[in-house]
Each structure stands twice: as structure tokens, then as C-alpha cells.
Design a protein around this ligand. Structure first.
Ligand code: IMP
Ligand code: MG
Length: 180
């Protein structure tokens, strides 16, 4: 197995398990978004969600618009700054549209809660949130995603889009970075 910056990685969720769960989430989303008068807008948060978004949208069996928001991230650190800066805004006007916000992982919830209010200010008709992973017992704010892939332990994770200082995104599964 790989190591990153001298740390060992241990497999937490394998590729096949992710694939199955992503398909289930997509089928649920497809049902829930059938009533959308226009094509739903899937908004991925860069960079962490790009792998998840790529797989998720291809399991959704209806036309969707895909857009990305880029917010400031952790950088090299493993802790949430709690401060969110919009680096790249949406290209799509989402006013009156049905929107699905997609992120890789919910840790303290600070990031998603901020971005959720930011999107609400753009007046979508419907705004739902889909997160692949949620760390157990870490939430600092009251925020519950409408769709959740997996609950995960409180470890630092990489793979399937998630990075540690930009490394690890291209792993096919989700891995925990081991201590020491
Ligand atoms: P929150 O604001 O604490 O919920 O942090 C959410 C964001 O932090 C996610 O969108 C990720 O980009 C990043 N993040 C949180 N936990 C991890 C992790 O274990 N590995 C990689 N990135 C993480
Ligand atoms: Mg992120």
C-alpha cells in the first residue's frame, strides 16, 4: 500500500462498496428530483467532491446541469479553520432551480453550513445536500445532510477525492492516515 509523507494508509471503504452506495444514493436522488420543472443543478464543492460528483451524476438517470463552487480549504493542516472564502462562484443562475449540493466529507459541519446559507441567498426553489462521508460525533453546528453515504470514525481520511495537503485524491478507496 501507499504511504503519504511517511504515514501508512489503512483501507476503510473499498471501491466496490463505494460504487454500490453511490448508486443507491443516485437512485434516491433521481426519485426525489423527478418533480423538478427544469433540469436539476448539481453543485460540487472543489476540490474534494470531484470524484464523488463524477460517479454520482453518471448514476442519476435524468439530465442534470453540473457546476462547481470552490471554497478555501484546509491547506496542509488537518483541522477546520471554520473560515470559508469563496474562490470560484457558480456559473449557473440557480434562482428558482432545484439544487443538489455535493461534498466529500462532513467533519465539524462548519463548511457545509456556511455554503448552504450562501446558496440559499441565491434563492433556489429546492436545496438538498449530499455528502459521501460524515465523521461520527464531530459536529459543531446543527447541520444534517439529506443524503449520506457512510458514517466514518474520527480519523483523517484520504482517497476518492479527499486529500492530505493535495495528496491521496487519486486513491480508488477511502483510507485512514495512520498515526506515527
Ligand atoms: P468541516 O468544515 O469541519 O465540516 O470540514 C469539511 C471539509 O474539510 C471537507 O469538505 C474536506 O475538504 C475537509 N476535511 C474534513 N475532514 C477531512 C479528512 O479526514 N480528510 C480530508 N479532508 C477533510
Ligand atoms: Mg472539501
Amino acid at each position: 500500500m501507499w504511504n503519504i509523507r511517511g504515514r501508512r494508509l489503512s483501507l476503510l471503504i473499498d471501491e466496490e462498496t463505494i460504487r454500490k452506495r453511490v448508486r443507491e444514493l443516485a437512485k434516491q436522488i433521481e426519485k426525489d428530483f423527478l418533480g423538478s420543472p427544469e433540469e436539476p443543478v448539481v453543485v460540487g464543492l472543489l476540490k474534494g467532491s470531484f470524484v464523488f460528483v463524477a460517479d454520482l451524476i453518471r448514476e442519476i438517470g435524468m439530465p442534470v446541469v453540473v457546476d462547481f463552487l470552490w471554497v478555501s480549504s484546509y491547506g496542509q493542516s488537518m483541522e477546520s479553520s471554520g473560515k470559508i472564502r469563496i474562490v470560484k462562484d457558480l456559473d449557473t443562475d440557480v434562482e428558482g432551480r432545484w439544487v443538489l449540493l455535493v461534498d466529500d466529507i462532513l467533519d465539524t459541519g462548519l463548511t457545509l453550513k456556511e455554503i448552504h446559507s450562501f446558496l440559499i441567498s441565491k434563492k433556489p426553489a429546492v436545496l438538498k445536500t449530499c455528502v459521501l462521508l460524515e465523521k461520527k460525533g464531530r459536529k459543531k453546528v446543527d447541520f444534517t445532510p439529506d443524503y449520506l453515504g457512510f458514517e466514518v470514525p474520527n480519523k483523517f481520511l484520504v482517497g476518492y477525492g479527499l486529500d492530505w495537503g493535495e495528496l491521496g485524491r487519486n486513491l480508488k478507496g477511502v483510507y485512514a492516515v495512520e498515526e506515527g
